[in-house]
Design a protein around this ligand. Sequence first.
Ligand code: ZN
Length: 134
Amino acid sequence: MKIKHIDHIGIAVKSIEQAGKFYTDILGLKIEEIENVADQKVNVAFLPITDSELELLESTEPDGPVAKYIDARGEGVQHIAFRVENIEEALEELKAKGVRMIDKEQRGGAGGAKIAFIHPKETNGVLVEICERD
Ligand code: ZN
């Protein structure tokens, strides 16, 4: 597969409003937009930095995946996303190599991306997302 660059780093936070202040007021980044991703029970704030971005992930429900992550491990870096040229090809290749996936098929992510997560057991504990977007 062709990995183009780091698309984004997902950071689990309890509150986008509170956590976002460091990135905006101190680092001078801008929250470009906040999107609700209903099936993941999160609000996602996008802070672009050249070709990459930070994504602040705030759970909208106490039983959402980000809420569970924070319960187990606290706030912090939750996943790293690599942008690939073609996600179907990447998924085929991962399957052929016997890589355990959280998502066997691509699904819709924030910002209109096609995404899939690799199981963290394959990556020494790093939750890796692959994504394709225009
Ligand atoms: Zn992501």
